[in-house]
Every structure is written in structure tokens, then in C-alpha cells.
Design a protein around this ligand. Sequence first.
Ligand SMILES: [Zn+2]
Length: 70
Amino acid sequence: MYLIAKKKKGKAHYWTGTDTVCRLASTGGLDASRYFVSEAKHESRAVCHMCRQVSLGGKVLPTSEQYRTI
Ligand SMILES: [Zn+2]
């Protein structure tokens, strides 16, 4: 699943259902109130760079769909 910015053209972050994999969140740079959770990545949204790095490290990739986005 994805955490998607409410503002237009905002980034999408990976969301495991209970947590984000994003390093932005652990540094307090990700304000949950500005995002909504979605099953699918919206076409126009780029996946956050830091999320991609984490997923490439093999840590968290909940769905096969996310492999295809890399
Ligand atoms: Zn992210």
C-alpha cells in the first residue's frame, strides 16, 4: 500500500498497513495528516526516493505491485 500526499503532485511513500518504511518518518519529516492511504499508487505520483532505497535494500515490500514500480 501507499501513503500518498494530499496535495497535487506530492510524493507517494510505501505503507505496510501499520507503518511507513520511509526514513523521513523516523526523522519527523513526514506529517501523517498530510497523507492518505491507498491500495494503488496513483499514476501521476512518483515514489519517494528514500522509500525506494529502503525497498531496494530488501526490507519491506508488501506487494508484488511495488516490485514493478522500481
Ligand atoms: Zn518516503
